[in-house]
Design a protein around this ligand. Structure first.
Ligand SMILES: Cc1cc2nc3c(=O)[nH]c(=O)nc-3n(C[C@H](O)[C@H](O)[C@H](O)COP(=O)(O)O)c2cc1C
Length: 280
């Protein structure tokens, strides 16, 4: 199921301007008398009306306290007070008002969350993480990730890939030492996961293993966990250590953990630069 909230507005133009220009939401659907704006998983509809809905609270949540502070700096004039921690709900928040007086809450949760990232946001915001918090990943979270990873596409639906979770420090250090600086991120995480595929089950072990790896990385990210593709781990010594047959393909051995911080996005080319048009 998907959904949205609608609010009646007496001044649709000002409201659209505020939510789009100031808050940075996008126009998702223009129904003329109603404007539906979107950011992340939040969809809000505002409809022209003689009367107005002002009840309830529109809560916008962010990944970090720093982001809430940034929003406070931006919306100080509208704020009802400074950001503070709410121990009962384990959140960091401040309240403000939109131009028609609706209550806006800007917050971050100070505890872990179940996945909430919507597809495009997930694809755009995933980062390679090389530094991690010293914090274990529960077996329950790991199971949820593997459950989602069942849905990776494979050649002829061979389902030839498999995962090897590793928590043993000696094994992790071994993996981290294989490729010098390139594989060091493995040593920074509380655990590592190898993603492999079995050539007896598929004619395309590389494609199956590589796609499953990316599926794993995106799923981990949606659970707030970082990963980093470590290349060239399809090696004799790595397979020996894991007890994997030499003809199996090791797509990657990725570190897995809660990011110490979310790295700044690296530069990206514009979309047109990735497209080679051959139509005449
Ligand atoms: C095939 C492949 C191999 C990579 N190998 C390594 C590696 O050996 N070590 C490492 O730290 N990062 C490695 N990376 C991560 C890239 O450096 C990273 O994806 C790139 O800088 C873009 O950053 P982003 O993932 O945060 O968007 C690899 C990524 C890919 C797709």
């Amino acid at each position: 199921m998907s959904g949205m909230n609608f609010f009646r507005s007496r001044d649709l133009e000002t409201i659209q301007d505020f939510y789009m220009e100031e808050l940075g939401m996008e126009l998702w659907l223009d129904q003329d008398k109603c404007k539906i704006v979107k950011d992340g998983n939040l969809l809000l509809g505002f409809c022209e009306s003689e009367t107005m809905d002002e009840g309830g609270t529109i809560t916008l949540f962010y990944r970090t306290k720093e982001e809430v502070d940034e929003m406070y700096e931006k919306f100080k004039d509208r704020a009802r007070g400074e950001p503070s921690e709410n121990d009962f709900f384990q959140i960091y928040q401040f309240f403000a008002e939109d131009p028609e007086g609706r209550t806006l809450e800007f917050q971050t949760f100070l505890h872990k969350l179940e996945p909430y990232l919507e597809g495009i946001e997930l694809l755009k915001n995933r980062r390679s993480v090389r530094e991690y918090k010293d914090e274990d990943i529960s077996e329950k979270t790991l199971q949820k990730i593997f459950e989602t990873c069942r849905f990776a596409p494979t050649s002829k639906n061979s389902q030839s890939y498999y995962f090897i979770p590793m928590r043993d420090r000696e094994v992790i250090e071994f993996m981290a030492d294989r490729r010098g600086r390139n594989s060091q991120p493995i040593a920074e995480a509380p655990m590592a996961v190898a993603i492999c595929s079995d050539p007896e089950k598929t004619g395309r072990p590389k494609q199956d293993g590589d796609i499953a790896s990316y599926h794993f990385m995106l799923t981990a990210w949606s659970h707030g966990l970082g990963t980093c593709w470590i290349a060239a781990m399809d090696r004799k010594d790595v397979k020996e250590k894991m007890g994997v047959p030499q003809d199996h393909y090791v797509a990657t051995v990725t570190p897995l953990g809660y990011p110490k911080e979310v790295p700044e996005p690296p530069s990206r080319k514009g979309a047109e630069e990735f497209v080679k048009r051959i139509d005449t």
